[in-house]
Design a protein around this ligand. Sequence first.
Ligand code: ADP
Length: 452
Amino acid sequence: MFKKILIANRGEIAVRIIRACRELDVRTVAVYSDVDRSSMHVRLADEAICIGPAQPEQSYLSVPAILTSAEITDSEAIHPGYGFLSENPQFAEACAASGIAFIGPSPENIRLGGDKAKARQVMKKRGVPVVPGSDGPLDGAASALKAAKKIGFPCIIKASMGGGGRGMKIVNSEEQVEDAYFMAQREALTGFGSSELYLEKYLQDVRHIEVQVLADTKGRIIHLGERECSIQRRHQKLIEESPSPFVSEKLRKRLGELAIKAARAVKYKNIGTVEFMVTPAEEIYFMEFNTRVQVEHPVTEIVMGMDLVKEQILLAAGQSITMKKIFRPRGAAIECRINAEDPDRFIPSPGTIEFLHQPGGPGIRVDTAAYCGWTVPSHYDSLIAKLIAFGSNRQEAIARMRRALDEFVIEGIKTTIPFHKRVIENRNFQEGRINTSFLERMNDPEKAEVKK
Ligand code: ADP
């Protein structure tokens, strides 16, 4: 087992990883940029090293700065969290070359997870259903038009290396294809350093349902049930829950089998997530592989009664999944992402937190690095807290979430708390009638009814 781990991240996930390390009796090293000097993860870690200025390229994304910090602190492993270098195969390779364990899957797993067009091809070949679309990357606007005509409108043009809901363009007619193609290409190149695109059918009224998998170095793979992540804005998740109110035992079994098949197809190691789209008729389509710990991992931890980050570290240290580890779901958990954003326009609202009161009591967990007097910097992701409510069933989890959102006070900056209150009060949400267009419908009474 590792004695010391460096955490190549910041914010709530760095704090989350430090907590797991403490419980495993592992020493921790925090890295931080200039503007994060007084951040919570720096205070909580055993050691801390400044790795550069605020710009991520010169600090949290700097492979030399992070590897040097690991070497001078004698860290045996690096936990990348999510975002930043977590899905960078060159970074995982550089760790291996320096004799430092990367807490995550193999560089090959990461490379395939990041190349969505390729992952689709591999899955299709191995019998995991994918959304109808182009066979591999597109070769110019003409090939996009040809693929679109073949599968029918609407379609979606996506960046092969894309992520975070960016680099996607929906096209409704032949006339829109060319413009959308070039727009997506520009976005893909600036956002992800590759202009490669692919195209798929745009599925309407679908749910985003993902399955958590756990895989050890001996080839044993298990799944930990599903997360429903359909409440999204601009293809970005805002509320997640487990189990999904839509998923029956029969569907859960099929989702689990497909997730394990997908993981087995790529000889997956460590923890990962297989994302699917599920239609109202319960057709399941593979969407992508996420090769890191997800923001929404706490909802799985709660219903499964386990600690995913600790499991991730133990798997990276070579521990196997034993037969003793049979996880059974209990109750329901919901997570609201509290972002430092204007809740109506969703634009960032950085600044100093002047007053903070966190909710508590039965069934409430708050994962955050925020404290009163802390200045939320403008350079990074706007997620500042994850509010998680759990109960013996979904109804109780919702009641606790409503109560906790009322208790949560953050002054000095704007947050998404008022937005979450509106969703939690919504009848369709309460009755589990949700899909990826839920937010558009919530604001439009004409479209308010969502079929189950
Ligand atoms: P990212 O890696 O950027 O998160 P994903 O491929 O996971 O991108 O897609 C993000 C979201 O975009 C999905 O959860 C879904 O809401 C929407 N989406 C993506 N592809 C499709 C599609 N073919 N049809 C309908 N919605 C889609």
